[in-house]
Ligand binder design. Sequence first.
Ligand code: URA
Length: 236
Amino acid sequence: MASLRASELLIASGRVAVNGNNRLELGVKVDPTRDRITLDGKSVSLLSELHRYLVLHKPTGVTSTTSDRYASKTVLDLAPSDMGRLYPVGRLDRETSGLLLLTNDGAFANLMMHPRHHVPRVYRARVKGILQPETLDVLRSGVDLEDGKTQPSHVRRLPALTVPDADALEITVFEGRNRQVRRMLEAVGHPVTALCRVAIGPLKLGRLPRGRWREMTRGEVEQLRALALRTTAPAV
Ligand code: URA
């Protein structure tokens, strides 16, 4: 709403209030999911009206990198055409389905793609072979990959598949390395046969049909933003 300097003047002059309190120190921290911020008594949203935030259920066979000139179909082909240019937030492999965010808010996209934040990403995987308890423990504690050991993850087995010699599991990772889940499972001898991202932090794919999108609610955007800010490790 205003530049940093102008905002400081607004705060110093008592025109800004957080939860009704206008005696604020500069640099006061607010939680956009809980605190009510007002300017001259009117609610102020921390989000611009012009920003759009979509959840897309990416099907397999669709590319999420929009710079791939040779891709026959990208996620933007599935996005609405009347919202201007949207960008995918991060990527899913062509053969991975599931939850992908699209937005035109560059700051939000950068925050969500920041390598130092630890917003959990939840995947459901089908793999070859039956996982032994020791293998589940290796996945949980960290797997040695060529770009270093993975951080601890949460892993749980899903109900057994009817397919012989195959298993299903849910894996939650807290870092966003390229093809991470596939590489982790390959490294422990259980290559992935199907992979779907079902959640990013509190945001769930739910029953959104494959290939369809919906707009995120303001609350969902603010929750994700707050979580990314809270889980961003400081630079060392
Ligand atoms: N991990 C993978 O292996 N692939 C994805 O698309 C996302 C996470």
